[in-house]
Design a protein around this ligand. Structure first.
Ligand SMILES: [Zn+2]
Ligand SMILES: [Zn+2]
Length: 458
């Protein structure tokens, strides 16, 4: 079995992994880097240019897992593409949005290669996707696996508890099993229920490491964190300010909306206006539409109907008044330049009445990462094209990650006790901590950090 890490650096970037197994060639995920532009933002597909793929399997519809899929499909026209139904619905929306973003970047940043694919290509790609139910064994040619296919390569999707439609992928071939976690969460969120992952014999575990660089505080509970957030919002409103919560359009927006709904219903928070962005609105529509079809908490909650959020877009974000007593849950989660959360943050950063609350992962070098680590009064730049600003607003961090804690990842690896563990989707300190810990905890296992671009034999 051969494995190539197609990302360009050891990091959470443009996730994509090549596998050669039982005479088949496949790729797991086809992401786009959330921060890097141009070539550096893409997986290194050139490494597999002369290896025609049989299949591409997509774990979920975050940009860093699906963002370059139309480009991979252009290069690999014969590959079948598989994903869950919800991932397909969200993925198509996300890719069309990505064309719009790249078109704007072409104008604003002079990125002449952009957009990297067109609306037509995104449509044509989505038409070819094969949608798979969870927990069904499917052969690599797209049929339901039967008893006769025991030796053939098959895959099965498991609910990853990360965002709507997210999966871990179990591959079986020639009596060997390999399990790719994708992005996973082993505990319930406000909407998403904890992952249900295989617990039987797994030979090779390919595992994400997002939170490997920090321990879960012993006293942490989701309920405790929710009441801390509720108190912080009340305090911010008492100061006569508003609250900005930078969020990913997919997943975190809906989790935050559901949390605000719950806190209001349980009388921890009053009723107040909420603002979201246009892409978040589309993603929330999909959550609402699929509320009864998916495994989730609060299955009857229709977020848009109950919370009636106001919608801001690239035009209105600049001149809509900043109003006290309101929550602005805007994307992007990492506050990348020119996104709603970045533009809005620059409007409130210098005002001590306002607050910015972080509720999930942000790359330490992204504007969100820079602001999160800044001291009060420090001068920072959230957008290289704009003058630096002094941080005067309140900045707080809350722990509502959609990713598994490193403790729960280690516990899962210990439970499976696989022969080999391949660590992916983590910044170097995160991957390094996980590697060191697993070597001690699972002395019989080979722990591998796959160097980008190197072919390894598994
Ligand atoms: Zn994700
Ligand atoms: Zn990811």
């Amino acid at each position: 079995m051969k494995f190539i890490n197609l990302t360009r650096h050891t990091e959470i970037g443009a996730n994509s992994y090549y596998l050669e197994i039982a005479g088949h060639r496949l790729v797991l995920d086809s992401g786009m880097h959330p921060k890097n532009m141009g070539e550096d933002g893409l997986p290194n597909f050139k490494l597999i240019a002369d290896r025609p793929l049989d299949a591409v399997l997509i774990s979920h519809s975050h940009q860093d897992h699906i963002g370059t899929l139309p480009m991979l499909m252009r290069r690999q026209p014969k590959a079948r593409v598989f994903m869950s139904e919800a991932t397909a619905e969200i993925g198509s929306t996300l890719l069309h949005n990505s064309v719009n973003v790249m078109t704007r970047q072409r104008e604003e940043l002079g990125a002449t290669l952009y957009p990297l694919f067109t609306h037509r290509e995104a449509d044509r790609a989505a038409d070819l996707w094969q949608l798979c139910p969870m927990r069904q064994r499917i052969t690599i040619s797209g049929d339901r696996a039967t008893g006769r296919d025991v030796d053939a390569l098959s895959f099965e999707f498991f609910d990853a508890g990360h965002v709507l439609g997210s999966t871990g992928i179990l591959l079986r071939a020639e009596e060997r099993t390999i399990f790719y976690t994708g992005d996973v969460n082993f505990v319930d969120q406000t909407i998403a229920q904890a992952a249900i992952f295989p617990e039987g014999k797994i030979d090779i575990l390919v595992m994400e490491c997002t939170r490997g660089d920090h321990a879960q505080p012993a006293a942490w509970t989701r309920a405790g964190e929710e009441s801390r957030l509720a108190e912080a919002i009340e305090e911010a409103f008492r100061q006569g300010g508003c609250v900005l919560i930078p969020v990913f359009a997919l997943g975190k927006t809906q989790e935050v909306l559901a949390m605000l709904y719950k806190l209001h219903r349980e009388k921890f928070l009053p009723d107040f206006p909420i603002y979201i962005g246009g892409l978040s609105l589309k993603m929330t529509e999909i959550y609402d539409r699929r509320a009864n079809m998916s495994r989730r908490q609060l299955p009857r909650l229709q977020l848009l109907n109950k919370l009636r959020p106001f919608v801001l877009n690239a035009e209105t974000i600049h001149d809509s008044a900043v109003r006290a007593g309101r929550v602005y849950a805007l994307s992007s989660g990492m506050m990348m330049p020119k996104t709603l959360s970045n533009i809005f943050a620059r409007r409130i950063l210098g005002n001590s009445r306002h607050s910015i609350f972080f509720v999930g992962y942000a790359d330490p070098e992204s504007p969100a990462g820079v602001l999160r680590n800044a001291r009060l009064g420090e001068e920072i730049s959230l957008d290289p094209e704009e003058p630096p600003q002094r941080v005067q607003c309140r900045v707080s961090q809350f722990q509502f990650s959609a990713h598994a804690s490193r403790e729960s990842l280690i516990a899962y690896a210990r439970k499976l006790s696989p022969k080999k563990i391949v660590l992916v989707h983590g910044d170097p300190p995160a991957v390094e901590w996980m590697r060191a810990k697993l070597i001690v905890d699972l002395p019989g296992a080979e722990v591998i950090v796959p160097a980008p671009g190197m072919e390894i034999e598994l």
